[in-house]
Design a protein around this ligand. Structure first.
Ligand SMILES: [Zn+2]
Length: 332
């Protein structure tokens, strides 16, 4: 990734009344796209990660578009990941803007300690059941730390609901698009069939359906890849001319892209089944086989990917499971 230099144009017209700012992040995903919806209530869609570079880039982008932080009346969040919410508190303080998001984003945005201890315990139990070696369980703490390093605690003032209009933006409708994150929403404008899609649909990256703790602490975990596929199908059923994503370029042929993504899932399940031909394996062992180069460094991401595909196979009864000493083994 190249560093933005000061003379680079940061603000780009993305669609009628919408500015796009490409903001740098320190993460492998590369820059994040923040959008500004113009009108009586200038609205920012997402805030970048909590870094100096992101803050200055956002300030510069707004300036190029003819705005300052003080002009922002509201902020709407696509989802709670740190590359999208890290600067929220700083922007909120600089603007006095009201913040709207899906209710599921609230404990992450607030960095609720009680929720995070439940969150960490959930992953500890899950990773043990996946057969992750004890010495690797430190990754849960690291993952947690990343959330605290690249975001400040902030707050949400109002909730976004599926199919409701975005507050103060009558042309825009909220679409709940869970899977990549339980808090994920997209925004759809009927008049020009434009969708601001966050990380739900990205052109060059197949979006990860991250495993997350359940909404209600007494329930089992949501089947995030199944959810994600369903939310993709919902988007395929809609007329969409232009998708403005959270990362990378706009998407125009959304149905083709969605069909590819759905098909790739079943190709990956076939690969998993092949790995099981010589005997039962844990989710951790399958992750090591699926992602030999990156599984150690990117365990939360790769294990989510493996578990999601295991869920698909379990739903169609193509896998057997057996528990031994608290660890789950999968076989054909
Ligand atoms: Zn994300």
């Amino acid at each position: 990734m190249h560093e933005q230099n000061k003379t680079t144009q940061l603000a780009r017209r993305a669609a009628e009344g919408i500015w796009q700012f490409e903001i740098p992040t320190p993460f492998a995903v590369g820059p994040v796209n923040i959008y500004l919806i113009e009108g009586e209530h200038p609205t920012l869609v997402d805030a970048g990660p909590l870094t100096e570079a992101a803050w200055h880039a956002l300030e510069q982008g707004l300036q190029e578009a003819g705005y300052s932080f003080a002009d922002i009346r509201q902020i709407i969040l696509t989802h709670h990941h740190v590359d999208h919410i890290g600067l929220l508190e700083k922007v909120r303080m600089a603007s006095g803007a009201i913040v709207y998001a899906h209710p599921q984003a609230a404990p992450y945005v607030a960095q609720d300690k009680d929720f995070f201890s439940f969150h960490d315990q959930f992953f500890l139990d899950l990773y043990r059941a996946c057969g992750v070696p004890e010495e690797k369980l430190l990754i849960i703490q690291k993952y947690h730390q990343k959330m605290l390093t690249f975001a400040e605690p902030s707050r949400i003032d109002g909730h976004l609901k599926h199919e409701a209009a975005v507050p103060n933006l009558d042309e825009w409708q909220v679409l709940y698009t869970p899977g990549h994150s339980q808090s994920h929403v997209s925004f759809y404008r009927e008049k020009d069939k434009c969708m601001i899609a966050g990380d739900h649909i990205i052109k060059n990256i197949s979006s990860n359906a991250f495993i997350e703790p359940p909404r209600n602490r007494s329930y089992t975990r949501p089947l995030t890849l199944v959810q994600y596929r369903t939310a993709l199908e919902m988007c395929a059923s809609k007329e969409i001319e232009l998708i403005l994503p959270g990362h990378g370029e706009p998407v125009t042929q959304h149905r083709e892209l969605i069909a590819q993504r759905l098909q790739r899932n079943w190709e990956r399940t076939n690969t998993l089944r092949q790995f099981l031909r010589d005997g039962a394996k844990t989710a951790y062992e399958l992750t090591a086989l699926l992602f030999p180069k990156i599984y150690e460094k990117e365990l939360p991401l790769t294990l989510s990917e493996t578990l999601g595909h295991i869920d698909l196979l379990l739903i169609v009864h193509q896998l057997e499971t057996q528990e031994r000493d608290g660890v789950i083994y999968y076989s054909l």
